[in-house]
Design a binder for this molecule. Structure first.
Ligand code: NAD
Length: 258
């Protein structure tokens, strides 16, 4: 018997991935499907989410579904979750990953820019987790949730100017612990991953020489690839982490060591 395969298997599970149209969400969704899961994608980019769901279904022979969802729209999330359950049946797991960044010095950033980042990265993560957790509890499902925080919730990226982002991500880590405590009695585990510098759309606006600096400052001397987060998410979602809740798994090539 292949013990490891069984331990990390997501066979027969259905997993909701937010921000799954591209980047980290998309790469992880591919690997979740590879580990046996059916996939639901919620993303602001509806067409891209639909294309991703179609590609995953074809590549891995899984059932998939997608909806255009803005994670700041509470009623929109609730409606899309209902439609997903209707279409896919029971959903047990959530990779709560959608996020944005706005880089501005604090004294230049408008209140609207601050609110926008907090709204997507913190309120959005809360809304999706709250509605999904409510669904699990009301239906007696022992599920598992992984939120995407960031190493920016631990350190302040020098000299990047992103106070709103850093603050939102520190909030996601503490929200993770709070949910883990509150829902442990229902058999629901809640953990988060904190990625370091990865090369995705989110970071592609940065000048080439800055990306080179990031690599230089990372002990592993390179940026991470989105698919390098998949193992961490599979571990935390699967039964291999059956006694792990409220944990933050940092995946940063060693950046936060120094
Ligand atoms: P990305 O921009 O490539 O992908 C983000 C996805 O989220 C996109 O598909 C986008 O359409 C979606 N999205 C944005 N706002 C949304 C909203 N309001 N509602 C629904 N969907 C929305 O970025 P990424 O690098 O893949 O980032 C994914 C997550 O990882 C984010 O939470 C980000 O903060 C976090 N993260 C990224 C890095 C990095 O270096 N790239 C590092 C640490 C953490």
């Amino acid at each position: 018997m292949d013990i490891l395969k069984n331990l990390f298997s997501l066979e027969g599970k259905t997993i909701l991935v937010t921000g799954g149209a591209q980047g980290i969400g998309r790469a992880v969704a591919d690997h979740l499907a590879g580990a046996g899961a059916n996939i639901v994608i919620f993303d602001l980019q509806g067409e891209k989410a639909e294309a991703a769901a179609g590609e995953i279904a074809e590549a891995y022979g899984r059932k998939t579904f997608s909806r255009q969802v803005d994670v700041t729209d509470y009623d929109g999330i609730r409606k899309a979750l209902e439609e997903s359950v209707q279409e896919m049946g029971q959903i047990e797991m959530l990779f709560n990953n959608a996020g944005i960044v706005i880089q501005k010095p604090v004294i230049e950033a408008t209140p609207e820019e601050w609110k926008k980042v907090i709204d997507v990265n913190l309120n959005g993560v809360y809304y999706v987790a709250q509605l999904f957790g409510k669904y699990l509890i009301e239906n007696g499902i022992k599920g598992s949730i992984v939120n995407t925080a960031s190493m920016s919730g631990i350190i302040v990226n020098y000299p990047q100017l992103q106070a709103s982002y850093n603050t939102s991500k520190a909030g996601v880590t503490h929200l993770t612990k709070s949910l883990a405590y509150e829902w442990a009695e229902h058999g629901i585990r809640v953990n988060c991953i904190s990625p370091g510098y990865m090369f995705t759309e989110l970071t592609s606006y940065v000048r080439e020489d800055w990306r080179a600096k990031w690599a230089e400052w990372t002990p592993m001397q390179r940026l991470g690839k989105p698919e390098e987060l998949a193992g961490a998410v599979i571990y935390l979602l699967s039964d291999s982490a059956s006694f792990t809740t409220g944990a933050e798994l940092v995946v940063d090539g060693g950046f936060t060591i120094v």
